[in-house]
Design a protein around this ligand. Structure first.
Ligand code: ATP
Length: 444
C-alpha cells in the first residue's frame, strides 16, 4: 500500500538553498529524460528528523548511468560509473557528490552474499533496504516535488522511535544489518523493535556472523567507530553477544571498557587541539578491544577482520611498540632534563599508539608529559642545520645525524636553548668525536 504525503514545505525549509536548487535541477533533468527521480535513504530520513545530511542518494526509474552523464554535463562535473551495478557517482565541481542508482531488485543468492542486480521499480528498490526509516523516497520531478513515498510505515516508526526491518529474512540476507541497527539505534536514541530484536537474536543463534566476510564486518565497525558515541554501540554489541560472535576473543571486559572510555576522552581532547593529523578511529578502538590478547593470538583477530597484509603488519607492530613503550615509561622519571628521553620513547610510535599510551597510563605524571609531548615537544626542532655543520667544516656523513640528534635533545632538555648555545655544542661534540677518531674533518 503506497502512502504519499506532501512534505515540500518542510524540504524547502530544512535544506540549505544550494542543496534545494540541486534537487530541483535533478528533478527537471528527470522530467526531460522521461524518468521518475527519487531522493532516497538517509538523506530523506534526515530531512524528517531535522538532521543535516549532504550525502545525496538518487534513484532513477530508468538508466542511472545515462542520467548521471547528463547531470555531469549540465552542472559541470565528472562521473564514475559501475556498469555491473547500474550505478554512478557524479562529482560536481564544488565537490558535492551525488550517488545515482537504477531502481532495482536485488537477489541474494545465499545468505550474506553480495548482491547481483536486476532492473525493477522504486518499491522493490526500497524493499531491499535495511530498515523502514531508511526506506523512504522523495519525489523530485517538477509537479510532484516533495511527495514523500512511504510504503513501510517509516514515518510511524520515526514517531515511535523504532528501528524495524522490512521483513523477517532481512538479517539472514545480510547480517551486517545487525551492526547497522545498533548504529542507528544509538545514534538517534531509538529502540530496536521487539520483533526485530528477536530476529537479531535468532540470526545470532544461527551463527550467521561466521559466514560474513571480515571485510564487511570491518567496514561496519569502522562506521560505528566514527559515530558520536561509539562506546554505546560497543556496549550494545556486547550485551547482545555480537562482539563474541565476531570473535570469541573480542569480549568487552570491564578493563577494556575502561580504557576505551579513556581513549575516547583523550582522542576528543586531541581533536579539539589539532584538526590534523587525526588518529584513525578503527585503529584506536581496535587497540582497546584487543587489549590483553596475546601476541600469538592477535593474528586470529586481524585475519577475522581481513586486514590487509600491510594493515596487519602495522597493527601488530603498533601493539609491540606500545608494549615496549609501556615498559620504558615505567622507569621514566619526571624531570625536565629527561624530556628528550620521553621524546625518544614516543617519537617512533604512530599517533594512535601515543593516544593509547596516554589513555592506558594510570600515572598522572605520565599522562601530563605525554600531553606535553603532543602539545609542544614533538614539534621542537633544533636551530642548527646540516648547512651549519658544513660551514663549521664538518664533512657530511653519519656524524651529522648523531650531532643533530644530540643538539635537538639538548634543546628539548633546556641545555642549549639558543642557536649560539647549540652551535657551541656542535663544536664540542665534533671535537669529542674527532678525539675518538670516529670521523674526518675537512679543511682543518
Ligand atoms: P549514514 O547517515 O550513516 O550515512 P545512511 O542511511 O545514509 O546512513 P549508507 O550506509 O550511506 O547509510 O547507506 C545508504 C542507504 O543504503 C541506507 O539509507 C539504506 O537504505 C541502504 N543500505 C545501506 N546498507 C545497507 C544494507 N546492508 N542493507 C540494506 N540496505 C542498506
Amino acid at each position: 500500500r503506497r502512502r504519499e504525503r506532501n512534505i515540500g514545505p518542510m524540504v524547502g525549509n530544512r535544506l540549505p538553498k544550494k542543496m534545494l536548487a540541486l534537487l530541483k535541477t535533478a528533478g527537471e533533468l528527470g522530467r526531460d529524460m522521461g524518468w521518475e527521480i527519487y531522493a532516497v535513504g538517509g538523506f530523506v530520513r534526515d530531512i524528517l528528523l531535522g538532521r543535516p545530511n549532504s550525502d545525496l542518494d538518487l534513484v532513477v526509474e530508468g538508466d542511472a548511468i545515462a542520467y548521471a552523464r547528463r547531470m555531469a554535463d549540465l552542472l559541470g562535473g565528472r562521473i564514475k560509473a559501475h556498469v555491473k551495478f547500474k550505478t554512478a557517482v557524479v562529482i560536481l565541481a564544488d565537490g558535492q557528490r551525488v550517488d545515482v542508482a537504477t531502481a532495482r531488485l536485488e537477489y541474494y543468492e545465499y545468505p550474506a552474499a553480495m548482491p547481483t542486480v536486476e532492473l525493477s521499480s522504486i518499491k522493490m528498490d526500497l524493499y531491499r533496504r535495511d530498515f523502514t526509516i531508511n526506506a523512504l523516497a522523495l519525489r523530485i520531478n517538477p509537479g510532484r516535488f516533495g511527495q514523500l513515498v512511504d510504503f513501510f510505515g517509516a514515518e510511524q516508526d520515526m514517531k515511535n522511535k523504532v528501528i524495524r526491518v522490512l521483513h523477517s529474512l532481512s538479517f539472514v540476507e545480510d547480517p551486517t544489518r545487525i551492526l547497522r541497527a545498533i548504529r542507528f539505534e544509538r545514534r538517534f536514541d531509538f529502540q530496536i523493535g521487539g520483533q526485530t530484536l528477536r530476529l537479531i537474536k535468532n540470526a545470532l543463534s544461527l551463527d550467521l556472523f561466521s559466514k560474513l566476510s571480515g571485510t564487511r564486518i570491518l567496514h561496519e565497525l569502522q562506521l560505528i567507530m566514527v559515530e558520536e558515541n561509539p562506546l554505546a554501540c560497543l556496549n550494545r554489541m556486547q550485551e547482545l553477544g555480537i562482539l563474541e560472535a565476531i570473535h570469541p576473543l573480542l569480549k568487552l571486559s570491564g578493563e577494556r571498557m575502561q580504557v576505551l572510555m579513556e581513549l575516547v576522552k583523550v582522542n576528543n581532547w586531541y581533536k579539539l587541539l589539532y584538526q590534523k593529523p587525526e588518529a584513525e578511529p578503527w585503529k584506536l578502538h581496535l587497540l582497546g578491544l584487543t587489549m590483553g590478547i596475546k601476541r600469538d593470538q592477535i593474528g586470529q583477530i586481524t585475519s577475522r577482520l581481513r586486514l590487509t597484509a600491510r594493515e596487519e603488519r602495522d597493527f601488530i607492530l603498533l601493539r609491540d611498540q606500545i608494549g615496549e613503550a609501556l615498559m620504558k615509561l615505567m622507569s621514566w622519571r619526571e624531570d625536565r632534563s629527561r624530556l628528550s628521553r620521553l621524546c625518544a620513547i614516543l617519537r617512533p610510535i604512530p599517533l594512535e599508539g601515543v593516544l593509547f599510551l596516554m589513555a592506558r597510563s594510570k600515572k598522572e605524571h605520565i599522562r601530563r608529559n605525554i600531553s606535553q609531548y603532543l602539545n609542544r615537544l614533538r614539534d621542537i626542532t633544533s636551530d642548527v642545520t646540516g648547512d651549519d655543520l658544513k660551514t663549521l667544516g664538518i664533512r657530511p656523513g653519519p656524524a651529522y645525524t648523531t650531532i643533530l640528534a644530540r643538539v635537538l635533545d639538548a634543546k628539548i632538555d633546556g641545555r642549549a636553548t639558543s642557536r649560539e648555545d647549540q652551535l657551541r655544542l656542535v663544536e664540542r661534540l665534533w671535537r669529542t668525536m674527532q678525539r675518538r677518531g670516529g670521523a674526518q674533518c675537512e679543511g682543518t
